[in-house]
Design a protein. Structure first.
Length: 393
C-alpha cells in the first residue's frame, strides 16, 4: 500500500511539472528585439537579421494602442504630462497678398476743352508731380475764342461804361467760362491786364501724385473730357489678400493686421479697410484689403506680401502643439491611463496659434495628456509592436 501511494505521488508531481512546462511554452513566444513583428514558438535566430530571439510572456502583452514604460524610460525620455483644460486661443491666418494703389487717393487729369496737345512736360510713368507744376500746353480754338470774348468785354466796359448793356455781367460770364475750361485765376488776371491772348494755353497740376499711366501724347488731338494722365498718392498703399469663405467667420473684419514685405525684410502694421461683400462663385474666395503707410516711398505697387490676421479668440480645450502627433490619416495624442501606462487616442483639431492647438473632440476636461515626449512613446510603441497605433475610423 505504501508503494502504491509513492508511485501515485510521483505521477502527480510529474504531471504538474509537465503542465507548468506546457503553460510556460503556451504563455511565451520568441521575438527579435530589432524586428518585433517576428514571433516564433521556439527559441532560435531572427530570419531577418540573425540575432538570437528573446522570450516574451504573452500575459505581458498589452492592450491595443496601449504601452507601459519603465521608470527609467520615463526618466530618460523626459516624459511629461498635463491635465487638459479650457483655455483661450486666437488663430493667426497667413495670407498671400499683393500691394496695390490706394484707389481713394488716385486722380485722372483730363482736358476740359478740346484741342491739340502742343507739349507734355512729364512723359514718364513714375515721375512725381507737385501741386502747381506745369503739365501740358494745349492749342484750342474754342478756348482762344473765349479769351477774345473776355478781352472784348473788358474793352467795351471801358468805352461804353454808361450804356444800357451790363458789361460786368458779360465779363463775369466770360471769366467763368475760362475757369471752367481750366485756366487758373492768375492766368485770367494776367490776360485782363495785358489784353493779349496767346494761342497756346498752359495747364497746371492741382495736386500731388505719381504718374501711374500716360493716356495721351504730344501732337495728338484730345476731346473735351479726354484723359491726359493718371496720378496716384503712394503715401499709403493697399495690401490685397484673398481669403476662403470658410475663414471669414473667424476674422476680425475691423481689426489690425501685420503686413510682411519679403523683398525688403519689413513688417508694417496695417488696418483692415474692406472685406469684399461679393464672393467669387467659382473659387469661393473673398478679397480682404489692408491699408498700410508707405514711408519714404520704399513700397511699390505690385510687390508680393504676406498678411498675418489674428482671428477672434475662443475658449475651448487646448494643448501644446507638440502634444499632437499628425500624419496624413489622423491626429492623435497619448493619454496616461495608469502608472507609466499610456494609450493613444484620435483627436479632432480646431484653431491653432504659435504654440497651442484647439481640441474639438476626442478628449475631455481632466484627461492627463503627454505634452512632452509623445514622439518617443510613439517610437517605442512602433519598436515593440512593429506598426503604428490603430486609430478607429
Amino acid at each position: 500500500m505504501k508503494y502504491i501511494l509513492v508511485i501515485c505521488a510521483i505521477f502527480i508531481l510529474g504531471a504538474c511539472k509537465q503542465k507548468n512546462r506546457n503553460a510556460q511554452i503556451i504563455d511565451s513566444y520568441y521575438t527579435c528585439s530589432m524586428h518585433p513583428q517576428i514571433r516564433e514558438e521556439k527559441p532560435g535566430k531572427c530570419p531577418i537579421c540573425g540575432m538570437t530571439l528573446i522570450a516574451v510572456k504573452k500575459n505581458q502583452v498589452q492592450m491595443v494602442n496601449t504601452i507601459t514604460l519603465s521608470d527609467q524610460q520615463v526618466l530618460l525620455g523626459n516624459i511629461q504630462v498635463d491635465t487638459i483644460n479650457k483655455g483661450n486661443i486666437g488663430n493667426t491666418t497667413i495670407l498671400n497678398a499683393t500691394l496695390a494703389i490706394d484707389e481713394t487717393k488716385s486722380t485722372a487729369i483730363s482736358s476740359r476743352v478740346a484741342g491739340r496737345i502742343d507739349r507734355l512736360y512729364f512723359k514718364n510713368t513714375g515721375d512725381y508731380i507737385k501741386k502747381g507744376d506745369k503739365l501740358y500746353d494745349l492749342y484750342s480754338e474754342e478756348l482762344n475764342n473765349a479769351k477774345q470774348e473776355y478781352i472784348l468785354a473788358l474793352e467795351k466796359e471801358k468805352v461804353l461804361d454808361q450804356s444800357i448793356i451790363d458789361f460786368k455781367q458779360l465779363i463775369e460770364s466770360s471769366k467763368n467760362k475760362l475757369q471752367l475750361w481750366g485756366m487758373n485765376a492768375e492766368q485770367i488776371e494776367l490776360l485782363g491786364k495785358t489784353k493779349q491772348a496767346s494761342p497756346i494755353t498752359s495747364f497746371y497740376s492741382t495736386g500731388n501724385g505719381t504718374i501711374i499711366s500716360l493716356e495721351s501724347h504730344e501732337g495728338e488731338y484730345i476731346a473735351e473730357g479726354g484723359t491726359m494722365l493718371r496720378l496716384a498718392d503712394l503715401s499709403t498703399l493697399w495690401a490685397q489678400a484673398q481669403v476662403y469663405t470658410s475663414q471669414l467667420s473667424d476674422m476680425e473684419t475691423k481689426g489690425i493686421a501685420n503686413v510682411q514685405i519679403p523683398d525688403l525684410g519689413m513688417e508694417i502694421p496695417g488696418r483692415i479697410e474692406l472685406v469684399n461683400p461679393e464672393i467669387n462663385p467659382d473659387t469661393r474666395i473673398n478679397l480682404v484689403r489692408i491699408s498700410i503707410q508707405n514711408k519714404n516711398n520704399l513700397l511699390k505697387p505690385g510687390m508680393n506680401a504676406y498678411v498675418s490676421l489674428t482671428n477672434r479668440q475662443t475658449s475651448n480645450l487646448t494643448l501644446p502643439t507638440n502634444a499632437v502627433l499628425r500624419n496624413e490619416h489622423n491626429n492623435m495624442v497619448w493619454v496616461q491611463t495608469g502608472h507609466n501606462t499610456y494609450k493613444s487616442l484620435p483627436v479632432h483639431l480646431g484653431k491653432e496659434d504659435a504654440d497651442r492647438v484647439e481640441i474639438l473632440s476626442g478628449l475631455h476636461p481632466g484627461d492627463i495628456v503627454v505634452v512632452n515626449g509623445a514622439y518617443l512613446i510613439n517610437s517605442e510603441y512602433i519598436f515593440k509592436r512593429g506598426s503604428f497605433p490603430i486609430m478607429p475610423n
